[in-house]
Design a protein. Sequence first.
Length: 170
Amino acid sequence: MSKKNTIMMEAQEIALRINGKDLVVNVKPSLLLIDLIRDELLLKGTKPGCLEGECGACTVLVDGNAVNSCMFLAVNAHGKEIVTIEGLSTVDEPLDPVQKALVAHGAVQCGFCSPGMAMSIKAFKAECDAMNTVPTSGEIKKAIEGNLCRCTGYVKIVEAVESLFEESEE
Ligand code: FES
Ligand code: FES
């Protein structure tokens, strides 16, 4: 096999939308989504923790679903909409309601888990809103069980999530 053919097999063109922008990029089949996001697109808010699918620090939204980007191949993002923590900010609203709630409830300490936590909460809130349900604290805990936090003890995080539903009930 010629070198040219080898290179063609290694890289694959994918088209995706990330934080509202359409992109076409060439990725190796083995490239992980977290590495595309952090190393090639330079979106450093998505954190590398365990890199084994255990901690949730790398969570992003893929078509609205919370996904561990360390366990997701970039080629599988073809045709999908990706949102990272940076995508929650706008010029007018630098902090999303989820981020505001986490800050307001003292649910951010070292902050390492916070981007992934925020993305999981974002997906969960959208899911609850779509079903028009207000979750119990048990359901909230279940929703964030894939996101490990070494600092907060989770109580403040759960309170922050509960506040999102109190506000939406007003
Ligand atoms: S870094 Fe992906 S789950 Fe821990
Ligand atoms: S705030 Fe430090 S790990 Fe969660």
